[in-house]
Design a protein around this ligand. Structure first.
Ligand SMILES: *[C@@H]1O[C@H](CO)[C@@H](O)[C@H](O)[C@H]1NC(C)=O
Ligand SMILES: *[C@@H]1O[C@H](CO)[C@@H](O)[C@H](O)[C@H]1NC(C)=O
Ligand SMILES: *[C@@H]1O[C@H](CO)[C@@H](O)[C@H](O)[C@H]1NC(C)=O
Ligand SMILES: *[C@@H]1O[C@H](CO)[C@@H](O)[C@H](O)[C@H]1NC(C)=O
Length: 212
């Protein structure tokens, strides 16, 4: 009986993996020049976008992300807060993953499980996330497991965080010397600074976004 049950579970879980849908993403990680706080700076973009694209999946989905490192330094991408089934070592943390060398690709593959909600990915090495390279992750509920609240009409990912106009290398040098970083130069919302937060510094006509 126990053996039968074990066989059943083994067979069932194999079939499960084969049947569960796949989503594929291609992440080209490179520098772009942009001026979120009015000062031009090199920012880490995914497929030319800062922040990067939404990684959108549903419970049980198999997620395949080909990360192509176009930076001139090592890279590791961390999938923060989500459950990685079957390949939990691909969490993108130094020690469990080898770094992706410049100009090299690495394909992450994992299955997302029942921890639904909004999360984010970011580059975990060398303080790079202070220069960008991050983006939202949305894990939706499996339709046959209802959520205990009405289905939202829409899902808009909004990333908000401190921002410095100095890059991650410069900021690391400050920290390594034992100094503090001091107050950030501003706060970015979806990669954009406050609209004309300084009318002397920031000319009219800069990019902004309205969310309804
Ligand atoms: C995420 O994917 C689901 C289907 O799996 C789709 O209904 C939803 O609109 C997508 N959301 C985003 C933000 O792309
Ligand atoms: C690396 O990824 C890029 C797309 O990001 C692709 O064009 C290229 O063929 C990949 N290289 C290898 C060796 O897989
Ligand atoms: C980071 O900033 C330093 C100066 O503070 C500069 O020398 C370096 O080239 C910058 N790195 C990148 C990748 O922009
Ligand atoms: C705007 O920037 C200018 C130039 O850096 C500075 O002199 C001024 O104090 C700033 N104004 C505000 C309101 O921060």
């Amino acid at each position: 009986m126990a053996l039968l049950l074990w066989l059943y579970i083994a067979l069932f879980s194999t079939l499960c993996l084969a049947d569960d849908p796949y989503v594929f993403y291609d992440f080209k990680v490179s520098y772009i020049t942009t001026s979120p706080l009015g000062v031009p700076q090199q920012v880490i973009a995914i497929n030319g976008a800062f922040p990067g694209p939404v990684l959108n999946a549903t419970t049980n989905y198999n997620v395949v992300v080909n990360v192509h490192n176009q930076l001139n330094e090592n890279l590791l991408m961390t999938w923060s807060g989500i459950q990685l089934r079957r390949n939990s070592w691909q969490d993108g943390v130094r020690g469990t993953n080898c770094p992706i060398h410049p100009k090299m690709n690495f394909t992450y593959q994992f299955q997302v499980k029942d921890k639904i909600g909004s999360f984010f990915y970011f580059p975990s090495l060398n303080f790079q996330r202070a220069s960008g390279g991050f983006g939202p992750i949305v894990i939706n509920n499996w339709k046959i497991i209802a959520i205990p609240f009405p289905e939202p009409n829409d899902d808009i990912a909004v990333l908000i965080g401190d921002w410095y106009t100095n890059n991650h290398t410069a900021l690391r040098t400050v920290l390594d010397s034992g100094e503090e970083l001091g107050l950030p130069d501003g706060v970015l919302i979806k990669g954009k600074g406050p609209y004309r937060y300084n009318k002397t510094l920031i000319p009219d006509g800069i990019e902004y976004e309205t969310i309804n």
